[in-house]
Design a protein around this ligand. Structure first.
Ligand code: P5A
Length: 445
């Protein structure tokens, strides 16, 4: 992509309305534009990251055997009356009436609708286990939408729903989600800690939230620092193996980690004093097991092996896809701008031409662009007629993890410069070596 032809409306000044760094940088880097309180347009750069995050979520969900579909944003009120949540949900639910005076709502979540799909098509335990998920916009009329995409009113969520014949099998689904979430967040460069939490309007007693530690987080959290040493890495998991999944869940849930809603002071104080940590955290996901809370009132029954009709056991599992952009920036930035982890960066590498219009520099940049594209890596090439300082400032702000700088002086010696956004370290090398190095960095991502 050539920057001269792109749409990157960077702001020079700090927007006054942004209280936290991620919101500030998302506005300054031209990633989002607020349209109303808590409702944003995703400008091209922000949209690229959003799609990258969605892609990782899809890949990891499907590795765990979960099946994508797509449900609408608008739902009929009758479904929610069946579960009893139409009145319970209160003012957070955006209620709409159509021209036939039919009551509808903009879905804040989809337990009812997925249960409706299930009961229409599934009859027997032989069709189980089944986990369906989608990535779709939600609306919650939050009292205090704030911090940009962190607490929006319209926001993108991955929500998945498992259907199982009994408790044990539903707990395996719960575990499978926890395991797959651990890898999902790690691929985004995040450490998200599963913490015992409260279930709120979704229901059930068994629930964990995934929290990214950050001083700007909205939740207060308490944990044993030992948990921050755990890494999921590139383990190969057999998601059908109940024992293997349960063992991984045990590894992550044995050290104490709870939100303020479930915090137990006496248990906390049993941890060695130097490992007792209190912090704030950003909730980037939550998983629930709620048994037959929806299947029973809504008539989602199947025939079991003994020929009896039984309500299915369910859980639901959410990832805050749009919130993740804010969480990643909170976890990875400096005073010059964002530092994207390679897994989610909008462009893998930037090219800065120090002397636009210089024949050799222009040709070298175009050559780099072509060579990178040939390796499946689309660079953002700053081909604007701007000072070097302004080009560097833009690259630093938008946070591409790698930058190749091309100037006539270096080229005379056959060299360009490859710079890491994270460390600031630069290395001079031939353009071919720079392409090979960038390709190597992204090979496993
Ligand atoms: C699980 C999936 C649910 O809604 N039903 C379907 C369950 N869970 S949840 O915890 O309420 O939401 C899941 C994740 O969505 C993100 N989230 C938000 N993101 C941005 N703005 C909001 N207002 C907002 N509300 C929830 C969180 O990451 C949450 O973990």
């Amino acid at each position: 992509m050539r920057l001269s032809r792109y749409f990157l409306p960077v702001l020079k000044e700090n927007p006054a309305e942004a209280q936290i760094v991620s919101h500030r940088y998302m506005l300054r880097a031209g990633m989002i534009k607020q349209q109303q309180a808590g409702i944003y347009s995703w400008l091209p750069l922000g949209y690229r990251v959003l799609r990258r995050i969605e892609q990782i979520v899809h890949e990891e969900q499907q590795k765990a055997g979960h099946i994508p579909l797509l449900m609408p944003t608008l739902q009929p009120a009758e479904l929610w009356r069946e579960s009893g949540r139409y009145d319970d949900y209160g003012e957070e639910m955006l209620r709409i009436t159509d021209r036939h005076k039919r009551e509808m709502l903009y879905g804040p979540t989809n337990e009812e609708m997925i249960t409706d799909i299930f009961r229409a098509h599934v009859e027997s335990y032989k069709s189980l286990p089944l986990t369906l998920y989608h990535i779709q916009w939600k609306f919650r009329d939050e009292v205090r939408p704030r911090f940009g995409v962190m607490r929006g009113r319209e926001f993108l969520m991955k929500d998945g729903y498992n259907f199982d014949i009994d408790y044990d099998s539903a707990i395996h689904a719960y575990n499978r989600h926890m395991v797959s979430y651990l890898r999902t967040y790690e691929r985004m460069g995040l450490q998200a800690i599963p913490m015992r939490a409260a279930s709120g309007p979704i229901g059930g007693d068994n629930t964990h939230e995934f929290l990214v530690l950050a001083s700007t987080g909205e939740s207060e959290v308490f944990y044993d620092s030992a948990i921050t040493d755990l890494k999921f890495g590139d383990r190969v998991v057999n998601f059908d193996d109940w024992t293997e999944c349960a063992r991984i869940v045990e590894e992550w849930t044995t050290p104490y980690a709870r939100t303020d809603e479930t915090h137990d002071v006496s248990l906390f104080h049993k941890i060695p004093a130097e490992r007792q940590k209190t912090s704030r955290g950003i909730e980037v996901g939550q998983i629930f097991y709620f048994g037959t809370k929806y299947s029973e009132p809504m008539g989602a029954f199947v025939t079991n092996a003994d020929g009896e009709r039984v309500p299915v056991h369910m859980g639901s599992h959410g990832i805050g896809v749009s919130r993740l952009l804010g969480a990643i920036i909170e976890a990875s930035h400096d005073d010059k701008g964002i530092i994207w982890p390679e897994g989610v960066t909008p462009f893998p590498v930037g090219i800065v031409n120090l002397k636009q219009g210089d024949g050799a520099a222009d040709a070298a940049c175009e050559g780099l662009e072509k060579a990178l594209l040939a390796k499946g890596l689309e660079p953002l090439y700053d081909d604007r007629d701007e000072r070097a300082g302004a080009k560097f400032a833009t690259m630093d702000l938008i946070g591409l993890p790698w930058r190749i700088t091309v100037g006539p002086r270096g080229l005379a010696a056959g060299k360009v410069e490859l710079t890491s956004r994270r460390t600031g370290e630069s290395e001079e090398m031939s353009p071919e070596a720079a392409v090979a190095k960038v390709a190597e960095i992204y090979a496993g991502i």
